[in-house]
Design a protein around this ligand. Structure first.
Ligand SMILES: *Cc1c(COP(=O)(O)O)cnc(C)c1O
Length: 426
């Protein structure tokens, strides 16, 4: 299991080391038979036991031995432990995509008759999961303006099981005040669950801003070069679940264990979306260079955002790290100078966007975020292409907007490509 006492002691001892050091030097739980420096990939569905008694102990959760790779696996657990070592979290679970992290987390707190207070500004599949998938199970998604505290308060009632949000919404680039939302949640006994994919934990410390459960699509920055899908659920152990309806029977002596206990013992096993050992291996490698890559990509992004503001043919640039941005002050407080490596910009029309995309030579037309390569997309016609026009409008996804995920190329090469693709006539 993930809550191993010995490892917790080692991880605690590493607390004084820097982020980069902790990332690289988190020990294995058991010594490797060959002293391998890279965690071996345990491509085995099951692990065997010496005795029936040992088997009973493990299956009943009294020992931490691995039984079956839908539940735990040594390679995946090592990846989870590295994330625990750098975030200081109480529990970390690696799933096979960002969407499975979101669905596992929300299914752990939701029940028929419950509601989730959220914004309509969400990743397309997350919106659909909340509205359609959970909606069909009798869980209501209450879409409101999370930048308006009064509206948030008015949506919360005794059946609210979570406030759920994306930290910087995409493509709207809206920033909610996390400490304020956390305080509102605390006052009503509702946890704050945040999808923090756009700014990695190397620079954004979710716990400091009152996030109780952090969710990350590790497909993005962490995988490093878009090698694999993955998702993380990070439980900071900060929320007292004593009052949470469906978590009562999972309560431990401290009141803060219930979420991770139910999620690991019930939801995660029943859904069966655990990360594969191969993906965990690649994402562990990705973690080692996370901070390096992020700082380079985000610095290029800020530089590019400033330059694009002065570029003819571009109507407006949206990046919360720009001084003139309406969320600038909040963005600096929460994320520092570099709020991610994604920006959007508007051109004159949908036609202008399509013509621009078709003329690009270097930047790739693709839907992922935070690949090493810069990627570009027209969200309205793709990610939100199957949404009815009225829904798309209510989500403020505009036909004039282009989203750019900035990679590791040089700023000058990216700017040159954008300028040549804008063409002389736009
Ligand atoms: C990509 C993304 C997801 C979904 O992640 P997958 O790994 O593709 O399932 C969820 N939220 C945000 C903010 C994302 O960018």
């Amino acid at each position: 299991m993930w809550a191993i006492k010995e490892l917790t002691i080692i991880i605690n001892k590493m607390r004084d080391n820097s982020f980069e050091t902790r990332l690289l030097h988190t020990p294995y739980e058991k010594p490797d038979a060959y002293n391998a420096l890279a965690m071996p990939v345990y491509h085995s569905v099951a692990c065997e036991f010496d005795t029936a008694e040992a088997m009973e102990e493990a299956f009943c959760g009294r020992t931490a031995d691995h039984c079956y790779s839908r539940i735990t696996n040594p390679t995946v657990q090592y990846y989870e432990n590295r994330v625990r070592a750098v975030t200081g979290a109480y529990g970390v679970t690696a799933l096979n995509s960002g969407m499975s992290a979101i669905s596992n987390a929300l299914l752990t707190v939701a029940y028929a008759g419950a509601n989730i207070v959220t914004s309509p500004h969400l990743f397309g599949n997350t919106y659909s999961f909340l509205k359609n998938t959970l909606g069909a199970l009798g869980v209501e998604a209450r879409f409101c303006d999370l930048t308006n505290p009064e509206e948030v308060r008015s949506q919360i009632d005794e059946h609210s099981c979570a406030i759920f949000l994306e930290m910087i919404t995409n493509p709207q680039m809206e920033v909610a005040d996390l400490k304020l939302l956390s305080a509102i949640g605390q006052a009503y006994g509702v946890p704050l669950i945040a999808d923090t994919t756009v700014v990695p934990f190397s620079v954004f410390h979710a716990k400091d801003f009152g996030v109780d459960i952090e969710i990350i699509s590790s497909t993005k920055y962490i995988s490093g070069g878009a090698t694999s899908l993955g998702g993380l659920i990070i439980d900071y152990g900060t929320f007292d679940w004593s009052g949470a309806k469906v978590l009562k029977m999972w309560r431990g002596p401290a009141g803060n264990e219930a979420f991770s206990t139910r999620m690991r013992r019930e939801i995660h096993r029943n859904i069966g979306a655990y990360m594969t050992p191969q993906a965990a291996y690649m994402q562990t490698l990705g973690l080692e260079t996370l901070q390096l890559r992020f700082m380079r990509q985000a610095a290029t992004c800020l530089d590019l955002a400033r330059r694009l503001q002065e570029t003819e043919g571009i109507v407006s640039v949206n990046y919360t790290g720009l001084e003139g941005n309406p969320f600038y002050a909040l963005s600096i407080t929460q994320f520092g100078e570099y709020p991610g490596a994604m920006l959007t910009f508007d051109l004159a029309s949908r036609e202008a966007c399509f013509a621009f995309l078709n003329r690009l030579r270097l930047i790739r037309r693709a839907t992922n975020l935070f690949d090493n390569k810069s990627l570009i997309i027209h969200p309205a016609s793709t990610i939100y292409g199957s949404f009815p026009e009225t829904v798309r409008r209510s989500m403020h996804v505009k036909q004039e907007t282009i989203r750019l995920s900035v990679g590791l190329e040089s700023m000058d090469d990216l700017l040159d490509d954008i300028k040549q693709a804008l063409g002389p006539v736009l």
